[in-house]
Design a protein around this ligand. Structure first.
Ligand SMILES: Nc1ncnc2c1ncn2[C@@H]1O[C@H](COP(=O)(O)OP(=O)(O)OP(=O)(O)O)[C@@H](O)[C@H]1O
Ligand SMILES: [Mg+2]
Length: 284
């Protein structure tokens, strides 16, 4: 195919040899199958930040470390410089997260680097070598759904132990490879410690996975893995290999109902925005 303009610099630099085909153009990025020597890989090109909602990011930025204080102030103020900085920050976040999560033993695509604003990574394939389907596109047996849930909950625990929450985990952002689920799409990853919305996002991530897999294994719908892992995490007692039961008794003393209601409304609103984004994209 004709090389897209955004990928030409990677060919010029010898990072990749050819662009094989477009894989998917999502709301935030276009993903291509590329060739580097004998290896088939994929390249994720981020769409212009201006096309996306700027304000929506602010929640995610909270708690994320920014290098210099000038940069931090610029991001906070949403100046033009700030916007450019934030865009760079946003784009790098995914690459950083992939390296960090690989090291933490989470099954994510292997990153090969970030070049000219493009992430080059492992192409996750199915058993036949075709690009892998998403979790929402496959039929599972009850036993498979349980096994996938176990693996994904363990991956979420490992992420949390390394200080990160995915923030947009759902059946759209999990691929099914021959060895099981692979988590993708990390630009919005959030810091587990410094973000007020961290708990809400973690619970939403885990609940999304549970709701999807609960279609095949309804028993999963009675589990409370998100609540259980967050309580252990807050108490400093969560380890990457902690065995969770899925049972949880909420502490009903001192519940601040207003903040619970706010958190639920925020989560609903964000889910709605994302859903609309996906629908708009499906219509394209
Ligand atoms: N490493 C990979 N291996 C195989 N397929 C991939 C890989 N990364 C992304 N894809 C495919 O490209 C799609 C879009 O990638 P990603 O989710 O990272 O970007 P996005 O812009 O957030 O898309 P969306 O809006 O659909 O979530 C994925 O749903 C998946 O089908
Ligand atoms: Mg995605």
């Amino acid at each position: 195919m004709k090389t897209p303009e955004t990928l030409q610099p990677l060919i010029d630099d010898g990072v990749i040899d050819a662009v094989v085909r477009p894989l998917k153009s999502g709301k935030e990025a276009a993903v291509y199958v590329v060739r580097a020597g004998d290896e088939v890989r994929c390249a994720k090109v981020y769409k212009d930040m201006a096309q996306r909602s700027f304000k929506q990011r602010v929640q995610y930025q909270e708690g994320r470390k920014v290098r210099g204080s000038r940069e931090a102030r610029a991001i906070g103020k949403a100046t033009r410089y700030g916007r450019k900085q934030q865009e760079a920050e946003w784009k790098n976040t995914e690459v950083d997260a992939l390296y960090q999560l690989r090291a933490a033993g989470v099954r994510v695509p292997e990153p090969y680097g970030y070049f000219h604003g493009v992430l080059v990574m492992e192409l996750v394939t199915d058993a036949d070598g075709h690009s892998a389907p998403r979790l929402g596109e496959v039929e599972l047996t009850e036993a498979q759904a349980r096994a996938f849930h176990r693996v994904l909950v363990r991956d979420v625990v490992r992420m949390l132990c390394s200080g990160l929450i995915h923030g947009d985990l759902s059946e759209y952002n999990v691929l099914v490879g021959p060895d099981g689920p692979v988590v993708i799409d990390f630009p919005q990853v959030v810091s587990a410690a410094g973000n007020n919305a961290a708990r809400t996002m973690l619970l939403r991530d885990v609940n999304n996975l549970t709701a999807s897999l609960g279609r095949w294994a309804p028993d999963l719908l009675d589990t409370w893995f998100g609540e259980e892992m967050w309580a252990l995490f807050e108490a400093g007692a969560l380890q990457p290999d902690t065995e969770l039961s899925g049972e949880f008794t909420p502490d009903e003393r001192d519940v601040d109902l207003d903040s619970v209601r706010d958190a639920i409304n925020d989560a609903r609103e964000l889910a709605l925005i994302r859903q609309q984004g996906r629908e708009a994209q499906d219509e394209d």
